[in-house]
Write a protein that binds this ligand. Structure first.
Ligand SMILES: [Zn+2]
Length: 368
């Protein structure tokens, strides 16, 4: 069995994630209030004394001090520790899903049999891990800000988008598969017949068959994939926001949600964010109903649902892809789907308007 050897990476990946989570805590605490990330170093919010580095270690720092400041003994929230644990688990999860389960069907053991059986991850694998963990860290930071402040700060999503755009030419579809070994998908008939399109970091290129100027694996293809993903991600929320607000009679989604999807699109391509958006409606409706029923408030953070939708879309692409394949490369069907979903969305806005009563959010009261 080769899989247990790969597991030796999991503790290291968890520690890496927990450290990133520790940094995300700083990001979430400082970015929304426009403070510097790097100065001053972490300090107690009660006595303003700097926190010693060994008291600031992810997870252990909190357990060691039993959740209290070493200087003034004021207790602080365990949320910081939970964010660190969650980020560690997310990073381990990415590693396990990608390499242990090969859930996206990249075929790591077929591509790199020698390294993988020794428990080594080839450099291409680390690149894939890097791309997904950078995206996950940004999605998590954006979601935490949205939950706490009902706002997704632009610095987070812009940074993420730039990362996505910078990485996309380097990891053009079908990376990590070498483009020479991919059977040429020349015609529409080929595509229909082919059960599965080889999965790169972006599961698909922006169009199939790939237009002549953008050969598979070229940086031009990667860049266009990233840019189109970014544009579709940014547009879908804006269109939906307009239609939903029209039905609901109040602002349903913030601009930050568009930025979050723009960021995810730059990493994952337009098809994954489009499906991710539709998937996010399910957790979104649950959160919305819970807010109305239990909190009586109608302002809901939609960022976490969008982030979840995109992640689920990415990892279920081997199942979703074949279902939407005939649709996504067929402009007429795409148009029909677009129009009908806009109608459904407008209707659901009206349903929420009836369920939730008149808008109470003061920020939307001056709107038309
Ligand atoms: Zn203190």
């Amino acid at each position: 069995m080769e899989i247990p050897w790969l597991c030796i990476w999991l503790p290291g990946v968890f520690v890496l994630g927990a450290s990133v989570g520790s940094f995300l805590n700083v990001v979430v605490a400082r970015i929304p209030t426009e403070r510097s990330l790097f100065w001053p170093s972490s300090y107690c919010l009660s006595c303003f004394q700097p926190i010693k580095w060994f008291h600031n270690l992810p997870i252990f720092g909190y357990i060691w001090l039993k959740g209290r400041c070493a200087n003034c003994h004021k207790s602080y929230s365990s949320r910081y520790m939970w964010v660190e644990i969650a980020t560690g688990l997310i990073f381990s999860g990415i590693f396990a899903l990608e390499f242990l389960c090969d859930i996206r069907g990249v075929g790591w053991f077929k591509l790199f049999p020698y390294e993988m059986q020794l428990g080594l991850v080839p450099w291409q694998g680390w690149v894939v891990f890097l791309v997904f963990s950078v995206l996950a860290a940004h999605l998590l930071a954006a979601s935490l800000c949205d939950i706490e402040f009902l706002e997704i700060p632009l610095p987070i999503t812009i940074t993420g988008t730039l990362f996505g755009l910078a990485l996309s030419p380097l990891t053009a579809w079908p990376f990590p598969i070498s483009p020479g070994t991919v059977p040429r998908i020349a015609t529409w008939e080929d595509l229909i017949r082919r059960a599965q399109i080889p999965a790169g970091i972006m599961p698909w290129p922006f169009w199939l068959p790939v237009p002549g100027n953008f050969s598979p694996g070229s940086w031009q293809l990667g860049l266009v994939d990233g840019i189109l993903g970014m544009i579709v991600g940014a547009l879908i929320c804006r269109i939906v926001r307009w239609v939903y607000s029209f039905g609901r009679g109040m602002e349903g989604m913030g601009v930050g949600d568009s930025d979050l999807m723009m960021m995810a699109g730059a990493f994952l391509g337009w098809q994954v964010v489009l499906v991710g958006f539709f998937l996010s409606v399910f957790p979104g409706i649950l959160v919305g109903l819970a807010q109305i029923l239990f909190k009586g408030t109608q302002t809901l953070p939609f960022g976490p649902s969008l982030a979840l939708g995109c992640v689920v879309s990415l990892y279920s692409w081997p199942w979703i892809g074949p279902l939407v394949k005939n649709l996504f490369f067929e402009p007429v069907l795409m148009g029909i789907l677009g129009i009908s979903s806009i109608l459904i969305l407008g209707a659901s806005g009206i349903i929420f308007r009836i369920l939730g009563g008149p808008p109470t959010d003061p920020s939307s009261s001056e709107g038309p």
